[in-house]
Design a protein around this ligand. Structure first.
Ligand code: ADP
Length: 420
């Protein structure tokens, strides 16, 4: 195992895991730090935490546990992954977690590289941009939990960490990996603990990969993973995606997302495959819900021989959703739908279903939990940011799509483009 990644949230973990696989490393993503023994075979492991906006002390504790686990697996390099918009508050958690990881590893320098040029996140003179806007002038200034009102990464980092922050400029990046290494050494001699890396394009990320291969701890968004994975990748080791390729005969599509794209995807798929809408009124209380779960699972099984997998959907247009929420309460309604999906998934698994195509971020979490999945191999991409994944400990494949991901034909394509 070469690279161990500690990601501060679930979607960020999936994001970096896809980049690692695409750039040549077989990768497993784990949901949280494994408490019991798990067998993981991959070149990179990404542990997803929920440490972006919790108390700093909790974020540190979780991150150190993840580090200890990754060290135990023999990882040679460690990567603290946060959002490409440096989502944090004045208290953290990027600074405190970085300090704790440096101390635990006995290191005195790391880099700050949130850039992801392909998504418009670039860094120039230490300032972070979202496309043509400064971070503090982008929508991120109104973020409900981590509003970003400064764009200067050196200031942001120094405000929440213990040490000093320096800069490797775009001009130095242009001069190549050796120039970057020299600058990092110079900064280290001056006692600078964190080096912000200017990044304008993918070439700069590749330079960073070369310059940082021997740095014990790096920190950044998912872009830096492109450069590092290419350094670590060993050609001739087979396809890094193969361990995550979809498997299994019986498939089902479950949509619990009400996003615009999910509504379009459901509307399209209903014309292609058997589909059943979920009646929220029948999910609200037990024992009615249990009976409904069995009825729906039975319906899905009856459709198992159709060319495209059957669809169960709670997906609704905004007016319909609002009406349901007003009638039953928002929390009660979504809780009811989530419990229903959890129940249906468990029954289908018992009846041999092994491919689950799921729409909705929360809904994906519920399905993964109901199946008892602690981690998965990342497979080939269905749409940008949405790979097929295969559970590490059971023969189950999942396509987990949050909100607006994927195109209109996503549900069918997840099946037809990946024939068994
Ligand atoms: P997204 O990724 O689009 O945000 P999520 O699964 O994260 O999707 O969130 C959607 C939430 O809405 C879930 O909690 C789900 O149970 C709930 N939900 C879905 N359909 C309905 C519905 N018809 N009525 C009420 N709540 C619903």
């Amino acid at each position: 195992m070469l690279l161990g990644v500690i990601a501060d949230d679930f979607t960020g973990a999936t994001d970096i895991a896809s980049f690692l696989v695409e750039n040549g490393l077989s990768t497993v993503q784990l949901n949280g730090v494994p408490q019991e023994k798990v067998q993981v075979e991959a070149q990179a492991v990404v542990i997803s935490l929920k440490s972006r906006s919790c108390e700093p002390s909790q974020a540190i504790e979780q991150s150190l546990q993840a580090l200890a686990w990754l060290q135990h697996q023999g990882c040679r390099q460690f990567y603290f992954k946060y959002c490409s918009t440096f989502d944090s508050t004045a208290q953290g958690n990027i600074g405190p977690v970085t300090d704790a990881l440096l101390a635990a590893l006995g290191e005195n320098q790391t880099v700050i590289s949130p850039a992801l040029p392909v998504n418009g996140r670039t860094v120039y003179q230490g300032y972070l941009f979202v496309f043509e806007q400064l971070l503090s002038e982008s929508g991120m200034r109104h973020h409900p939990v981590t509003p970003m009102t400064d764009s200067n990464l050196l200031r942001l980092m120094e405000a929440q960490a213990q040490g000093r922050c320096g800069l490797v400029t775009a001009a130095e990046m242009d001069r190549g990996a050796e120039a970057v290494t020299e600058k990092l050494q110079l900064l280290a001699q001056q006692g600078v603990r964190y080096a912000v890396l200017d990044t304008l394009n993918e070439r700069h990320l590749l330079t960073q990969g070369k310059a940082l291969k021997n740095m014990k701890l790096v920190t950044g968004g998912s872009g830096l993973a492109i450069g590092l994975a290419r350094q670590w990748a060993q050609p001739g080791h087979g396809s890094p995606q193969s361990a995550g390729a979809p498997q299994g005969e019986k498939a089902v599509v479950l949509s619990g997302s009400c996003s615009v794209m999910s509504n379009q995807q459901v509307a399209r798929y209903r014309q292609q495959a058997p589909a059943m809408a979920i009646d929220v009124a029948r999910c609200l209380t037990e024992p009615a819900r249990a009976a409904y779960v069995t009825e729906l699972a039975h319906w899905v099984q009856q459709q198992a021989n159709t060319p495209l997998a059957p669809l169960l959907y709670a997906t609704a247009e905004p007016e319909k959703l609002q009406q349901v929420q007003q009638q039953y309460g928002m929390a009660a309604a979504s809780q009811a739908v989530e419990s229903l999906f959890a129940g249906v998934v468990k029954q289908l698994r018992q009846h041999g279903f092994s491919r689950f195509i799921v729409a909705g971020g929360e809904t994906s979490g519920v399905v993964t939990q109901a199946l008892g999945i602690r981690g998965f191999h990342i497979g080939p991409c269905i749409s940008p940011g949405v790979p097929w994944v295969r559970a590490i400990e059971q023969p189950v494949s999942l396509a987990l799509k949050s909100g607006n991901f994927g195109d209109e034909n996503f549900f069918a394509r997840a099946q037809t483009e990946f024939p068994l």
